[in-house]
Ligand binder design. Structure first.
Ligand code: COA
Length: 347
């Protein structure tokens, strides 16, 4: 019998502090008009006052667990996708696990930058399909502001901080990830990277005096490569699921830039109205953009039980990833803590 990993709960969290385009124009030579016309971004949320990658993840995860009706005792694996961990050691997933009191679970991070949610969904689903886990808390969380150079107008206007979480549960019903297509081009790392801060170029006083500890990017090149890679991998994911674009109700793309999304829509000849877009309020939150968008799309009723969704992402690495997901909570659920069997409540 085929085994699937249904998404039975979801949630998101962003920092309390909102930074508008007007505020950024007091830091660098830019304007609300330039940012909105080139990127579609109006504002973003940036951490302050004790917030971190894991605090955002924990808040998003609590909502996802509540929606799924599960407790800490029901989860046997915690996976976090991030390129901005709380610390080099331990994995942020371990800190999330501890904060949520999930004692009986494995925990680890994966890093695939902005493609992290689709990569992680693929890894988590595979672990459920092999029987290594039954119910996984998977959270994509990034504090990109940690690596932003607030004097570089080319990059500082684009990014924000946030987290999105899902609960994945083993089921024999065809929900959750139906297919995915993952790719990478490690030989193009220079197009989008944080050069210093790892073992290759440690943060010595000399290095700290340079821009190498910040995120740098070739925006024009990334734009072109992102559009092409997301188109090609979207079509590959559809083919693997034996579906066509006509079977897809909603596309939830990585939210980096409204113009990139519009270019993909045009190349795939899919009406832009079928794309869920919320980049205007959050900017590019890296791995978190897709689960945040899924959470908002579900809350607005844009995605519902049985909706076929196409996810597509692109990011540093370079990496790209697309997936076909069937949204919906199976009627028959795995037993949760203290209960024999649960029935799906109306979503
Ligand atoms: N405000 C005002 N002017 C700015 C600016 C800002 N925030 N950022 C850049 N500019 C300037 C540039 O310096 C350049 O000036 P110049 O012509 O005098 O050199 C001018 O605007 C045009 O730059 P250009 O690179 O052609 O703009 P663009 O239309 O390509 O838009 C990006 C720039 C960064 C918005 C766009 O390339 C992009 O979105 N790239 C993808 C980035 C991305 O999504 N990365 C993450 C992927 S996961």
């Amino acid at each position: 019998m085929a085994l699937y990993a249904a998404i039975v709960g979801w949630g998101m969290s962003v920092p309390t502090r909102v930074v508008t385009n007007a505020e950024l124009s007091t830091l660098v030579d830019t304007s609300d008009e330039w940012i909105q016309s080139r990127t579609g971004i109006r504002e973003r949320h940036i951490i302050s006052n004790g917030e971190s990658t894991s605090t955002l993840a924990v808040a998003a995860s609590r909502d996802a667990m509540a929606m799924a009706g599960v407790t800490a005792a029901d989860i046997d694996m915690v996976i976090v996708a991030t390129f901005t961990p709380d610390r080099p050691l331990p994995a942020t997933a371990c800190r999330v696990q501890a904060a949520l009191g999930i004692t009986n679970a494995a925990a680890f991070d994966i890093a695939a930058a902005c493609s992290g949610f689709v990569y992680g969904l693929t890894v988590a689903t595979s672990l459920i399909q092999t029987g290594a886990a039954k119910r996984i808390l998977f959270c994509a969380t990034d504090v990109v502001s940690h690596f932003v150079n607030w004097t570089d107008r080319n990059t500082c206007v684009l990014f924000g901080d946030g987290a999105g979480a899902v609960i994945l549960e083993a089921t024999d019903q065809p929900y959750g990830l139906l297919s995915s297509d993952l790719g990478a081009a490690g030989d193009r790392e220079e197009l989008l990277m944080v050069e210093a801060g790892g073992t290759c170029l440690p943060l010595t006083p000399d290095v700290l005096a340079t821009d190498k500890r910040f995120l740098t990017m070739n925006g024009r090149e990334i734009f072109k490569l992102a559009v092409r890679a997301m188109e090609v991998s979207s079509l590959a994911a559809l083919q693997k699921a034996n579906l066509s674009l006509a079977d897809i109700a909603v596309v939830v793309p990585h939210q980096a830039n409204r113009r990139i999304i519009e270019a993909i829509a045009e190349r795939m000849a899919v009406p832009i109205q079928q794309f869920y877009i919320n980049v205007e309020r959050y900017g590019n939150t890296s791995a978190a953009t897709i689960p945040m968008a899924l959470t908002e799309a579900a809350a607005e009723g844009v995605i519902q039980h049985d909706t076929n969704i196409l996810l597509t992402a692109f990011g540093g690495g370079l990496t790209w990833a697309s997936a076909v997901v069937r949204w919906g909570v199976p009627v028959q659920r795995l037993p949760v803590h203290g209960q024999a069997k649960t029935e799906r409540s109306a979503e």
